[in-house]
Design a protein around this ligand. Structure first.
Ligand code: DGJ
Length: 712
């Protein structure tokens, strides 16, 4: 529908966005958040009138509201919108809207705005949607060069405004085996900027940049957040100007001359997403609903897997691994994944990446026999690849040194002794596609664990030396898309030394992410909790690791390791050939418990209680009809005061009555001094459970108890 008014109200999925389009200016968001209901033209007009600030002090300082693509000639002195030029000219664009349309579909409602800068010969199309399944907002821009001069794009940044109530900024940082560590600060004047430059979002990537009311938590406090659906270089920024404009912006990071638009060429930005909620749980639930409604999202029960990595590392022995697979099937696994170490010459991490042939010495009969045995045992078969990487010590590097990124100083610093294969070479791309595709068919691979262990640094394309980072991300997307096209039903896991490539771009093409190489439940609790701001449990890989963690060397009983793993896409990553029968029986019980509850865990709403005790965690999943829930109460340290006290159970239906009882999937026991109610459970209304709560069990540090809740 063609828009001929100055104001547009987009409503879907419980979200309203009110947009001003007056004077031919690019869209300016007046409200983003709560659904405002059906608004008449007069009320919309009043929103615009009452939202206009006084202009004083300075003629240059841009008065609110600011367009989603901010422009310097309009007086904006904050983070720039479009940065680009034609050899030093056409560097300060000013777009005016030529047409606007609103289209409603089953997916949501979309405003499309076409704008032009006639003097510069540039056209711009902005799309802004509010999505029905989730209430997420997403927007992107398409820029076209209409003249004879090449136009170079250095950045095209879009922003979503947040109101003055947004006083605190939350983002995440991290490192290897400790991804997603939260940090908070006041939303002061200035810019809080998080940038990824390594050709992937990275282990330290924030996933989301959020701004909310003072002290916002999981259950309360208005909060807004942005995310960029892109697996390459990028910046997310929270900016507050001296004129009190507050925005969350996102921009793809472009290296030198990566986007040069010849006449008629276009550049399309990745989607910038925006979510909001009363508390982080509601904000995260929008991303979860969005993914769950996306094409290609895994349907049906997530197969419990056994992965060989921390069990055997590079020590591949077909007979032993076949026995391993038999043990896996016996404890209830449904997928068997052979990790790194199966291809020609790979004995450690110094050689052979790129030589994607089954190692004839280790696997003289190939992988087919073990894959067939795995299938005969009722499991499907998965295999590890690192398609974008190459070791200098490999046949591939000897044959095609020109396929290794090089910006003029050779292949550059190794990382984990490896370098990056430039998929911008059509032959390199074809080689990798062919090797994966042939093996997927020959061996019968249902699941590819797709790893990525080196950042891209001076990633120059040979022989020009021009940056190949953006092209690499696009090539990876094409590669994954093509593999899915050729092999319907194939699942791919996005792993990058753990959680180094987690974003909505890669999640359009992968059915699982690996949040971290750390299987220590003490760390996993936090890593999964914060990864969960974006990623639903069923696509977070969560493994039961060894008794002594291989990354932290902390030791935990199986009950705690298993409890922290049953919530996600469950896996087992320990040596089943050396574990005791007792441990295997317990594993079997936990896997059975997971299978019994995974329909709930993988479709329900994730909830977290905001507890005053810093060492206490109470989180769970509530069924979408709120008739059932499972919670875990854990202590990460010894609490400051004892007992911790009462806590409400979040997310239940006030009007239902529930039976609450502790569950012990493998017959665990709690210490004797427990609140009396634990012995027989309790029956209470959802309202009482929310407002009054229950006395929390008594736990040692790094221990937990599961509480099962069912409507009676
Ligand atoms: C890094 C991954 O994160 C691990 O899970 C494992 O697959 C190794 N690479 C294998 O080299």
């Amino acid at each position: 529908m063609h828009v001929d008014t100055d104001l547009v109200h987009l409503r879907a999925g419980g979200t309203s966005v009110v947009i001003l389009l007056d004077d031919g200016r690019l869209p300016r968001i007046l409200h983003w958040g709560d659904d405002l209901g059906g608004l008449g033209a007069e009320e919309l007009d009043a929103i615009a009138r009452t939202g206009r600030p006084a202009i004083r002090d300075s003629l240059v300082t841009y008065p609110q509201p600011v367009p989603v693509l901010a422009q310097l000639p309009e007086g904006w002195l904050g983070r720039p919108g479009l940065v680009g030029d034609s050899a030093g000219r056409r560097w300060a664009p000013l777009f005016l809207v030529a047409a606007a349309d609103v289209v409603a579909s089953a997916d949501g409602v979309t405003l499309t705005v076409s704008a032009i800068d006639e003097s510069y010969g540039l056209s711009l199309t902005l799309e802004l949607s509010v999505l029905e399944a989730s209430g997420l907002v997403r927007q992107r821009a398409r820029l076209r060069n209409d003249t004879g001069d090449v136009f170079r794009v250095d950045g095209l940044e879009l922003a979503l405004p947040v109101p003055a109530e947004a006083e605190e900024v939350l983002d995440l940082t991290g490192r290897w085996a400790l991804e997603r560590v939260p940090q908070r600060r006041a939303f002061d004047v200035g810019e809080w900027v998080r940038t990824s430059r390594g050709g992937k979002p990275g282990l330290e990537h924030t996933l989301l940049l959020a701004a909310g009311e003072h002290g916002f938590g999981f259950r309360s406090g208005k909060v807004w957040a942005t995310h960029l659906g892109w697996s390459g270089n990028q910046t997310l920024a929270a900016e507050r100007t001296p004129a009190n404009t507050r925005r969350l912006s996102a921009v793809e990071g472009l290296a030198a001359a990566e986007v040069e638009l010849a006449p008629g060429d276009e550049y399309v930005t990745p989607w910038q997403y925006g979510s909001w909620g009363d508390g982080l749980d509601e904000l995260a639930a929008r991303f979860h609903r969005h993914l769950r409604a996306s094409p290609g999202y895994p349907a049906g029960p997530r197969p419990v897997l056994v992965n060989t990595w921390e069990a055997v590392y590079f020590d591949h022995d077909p007979a032993a691994l076949t026995r391993f697979a038999e043990e896996a099937a016996a404890i209830g696994a449904e997928r068997f994944v052979i990790d790194d170490g199966w291809f020609t010459g790979r004995r450690d991490d110094t050689t052979s990446l790129g030589d994607w042939d089954v190692d004839p010495e280790r696997w003289p009969d190939g992988l087919r026999p073990i894959a067939e045995r795995v299938r005969a045992l009722g499991m499907d078969f998965g295999l590890w690849f690192e398609p974008e990487m190459i070791n200098l010590d490999s046949r591939l590097a000897a044959e095609h040194p020109e396929w290794i990124f090089d910006a003029g100083h050779g292949p550059g610093l190794p990382s984990r002794q490896q370098h990056v294969l430039d998929l911008g070479h059509p032959e390199a791309y074809a080689y990798v596609l062919d090797r994966l595709s042939v093996l997927i068919d020959e061996v019968g691979i249902a699941y590819v664990k797709w790893d990525h262990n080196r950042y891209l640094l001076d990633a120059g394309h040979t022989p020009t030396g021009r940056p190949g980072l953006r092209a690499q991300t696009l090539a990876v997307y094409r590669l994954m898309d093509e593999l899915h096209r050729r092999h319907p039903g194939l699942e791919i896991e996005s792993c990058a030394s753990g959680g180094g490539r987690i974003d909505l771009g890669v999640l359009e093409r992968t059915q699982r992410v690996w949040p971290s190489d750390c299987n220590d439940p003490h760390e996993r609790l936090e890593i999964q909790r914060w990864t969960g701001l974006l990623v639903p449990p069923e696509v977070q890989g969560t493994h039961i690791g060894a008794g002594e963690s291989h990354t932290t060397h902390r030791s935990h009983p199986l009950s705690y390791r298993a409890e922290k793993a049953v919530w996600g896409h469950l896996g087992v990553e320990l040596d089943l050939l050396t574990e005791s029968d007792e441990t295997k029986r317990e594993l079997m019980d936990w896997i059975a418990f997971h299978k019994e509850h995974r329909a709930l865990l993988h479709s329900g709403t994730v909830v977290h209680a905001d507890l005053s005790e810093a060492a206490a965690r109470l989180e769970g999943v509530v069924a979408s009809d709120r008739a059932e829930a499972l919670y875990a109460y854990s202590l990460t340290e010894r609490p400051r005061t004892w007992p911790v006290g009462r806590a409400g159970l979040p997310g239940l239906d006030d009007s239902l009555v529930y039976q609450v009882r502790p569950v012990f999937p493998a017959g665990e026991r709690l210490g004797e001094e427990q609140p009396p109610w634990l012995a027989d459970g309790a029956v209470l209304s959802g309202r009482v459970l929310r407002l009054v709560g229950i006395e929390l069990p008594s736990l040692d540090p790094d221990r937990s108890v599961l509480l099962h809740v069912r409507a009676v």
